[in-house]
Design a protein around this ligand. Structure first.
Ligand code: HEM
Length: 333
């Protein structure tokens, strides 16, 4: 597998933050970086410094007046997404090269993502990262999905790639982002947008320039034993496999609302839709979803998550972080 080195190296200055978090990461550098871009775009280091000090004052004010509402955060991010193309021509390449601002990636993603598109984007994460295999260290979260859209298991994912390509073009104009980082952040955004947990995502993945080996993703006809074997080859426990499968709570498989990320997936599975006499109910879920209920260990976790949504969110967050770090190669600062 060939890896492309991305021509941007984040500086260790306060304008870079290697973690992205959905809501108001306490990292001052993230906001600092975004405002610094605006100031730098105006062509003056002095201006950048002055924005940093304004920011500090603003944050002091924020901390005195309590947290800003998510509406404020969204409005601000939306505004910066809109501003990106206008700022671009005025940013010098040397300045852009120093910046790796997570909020820019997030804003770019938010400008193209809707709840209706969230499921496809989240599925993209599994289909990029899920090719990983510990044994031969092949596959993983490396953006290779863009070379694999013609595979039968990836049918329909072209739509999600197209959506993210739009975001990528806007973001790349300000700072180059790898497909792997973009998809990892987009999946986390998709989950949060549908009401799921907020997931911090480490940044700095390198992209592969070739497709991953075939035959690494689970077929939808697998039974629980085969699923367990397949996931363990990727480093996932049974609990992690079950909690990640909870991603099917959004999308078109019939587990409650297609745009609400909650624990309905597990509740519905306990009702054994596959045994229903009505056609509609029997359409709910994949065979692999049903298979989980036929295995004692999986069933125990299904019960835990059906009863405790907060536990589902916590464990999903942890497993998602593991998934998007699977087999990733990281750039060095
Ligand atoms: C356990 C093994 C899995 C199998 C066999 C599997 C297979 C599938 C299949 C066949 C679909 C339907 C695609 C379609 O409607 O065209 C689907 C949908 C989906 N999968 Fe999986 N999947 C698995 C695990 C996962 C995991 C781990 C994730 C993410 C963490 C995930 C995320 C999704 C999402 C969000 C959808 C809905 C997509 C939409 O409706 O647009 N899946 N999956």
């Amino acid at each position: 597998m060939e890896l492309t080195n991305i021509p941007y190296i984040a500086s260790s200055s306060s304008s870079s933050c290697f973690y992205y978090s959905y809501s108001g990461c306490a990292c001052r550098g993230r906001r600092d970086g975004k405002l610094a871009i605006k100031a730098s775009a105006a062509g003056s280091k002095h201006a950048a410094d002055s924005v940093r000090s304004q920011l500090f004052e603003q944050e002091t004010e924020d901390s005195l007046s309590g947290p800003r509402s998510s509406w404020h955060i969204r409005r601000r991010d939306f505004a910066s997404a809109i501003l990106l193309p206008f700022l671009l021509p005025r940013i010098s390449i040397s300045i852009a090269a120093e910046i790796y601002d997570a909020s820019i990636i997030r804003s770019g993603v938010r400008s193209v993502l809707t709840k209706a598109k969230a499921a496809g984007v989240l599925r993209l994460v599994f289909h990029d990262a899920g090719t990983f295999e510990i044994g031969d260290k092949s596959g993983g979260m490396n953006g290779s999905i863009i070379y694999e859209v013609d595979r039968p298991e990836n049918t329909g994912l072209n739509r999600s790639i197209k959506i993210l390509r739009k975001a990528k073009e806007g973001i790349d104009n300000v700072q180059k982002v790898s497909w792997a980082d973009l998809i990892a952040v987009a999946g986390a955004e998709a989950v949060a947008l549908c009401g799921g947990p907020e997931i911090p995502v480490r940044l700095g993945r390198l992209d592969s320039s070739t497709a991953d080996p075939t035959g690494k993703l689970p077929e939808e006809t697998l039974d629980a034993t085969s699923l367990k074997t397949l996931f363990s080859k990727k480093g996932f426990s049974v609990q992690e496999m079950v909690v990640l499968s909870g991603a099917h709570t959004i999308g078109g498989k019939g587990f409650g609302s297609p745009i609400v990320f909650d624990n309905t997936y597990f509740k519905v599975l306990l009702e054994k839709p596959q045994t229903s006499s009505t056609d509609m109910a029997a359409m709910v879920g994949l065979r692999t979803d049903w298979a989980l209920t036929e295995d004692d260990e999986c069933l125990r976790w299904i019960r835990v998550y059906a009863e405790d949504q907060a536990r589902f969110f916590d464990d999903f967050r942890d497993a998602y972080i593991k998934l998007v770090d699977s087999g990733a190669s990281w750039r060095t600062a």
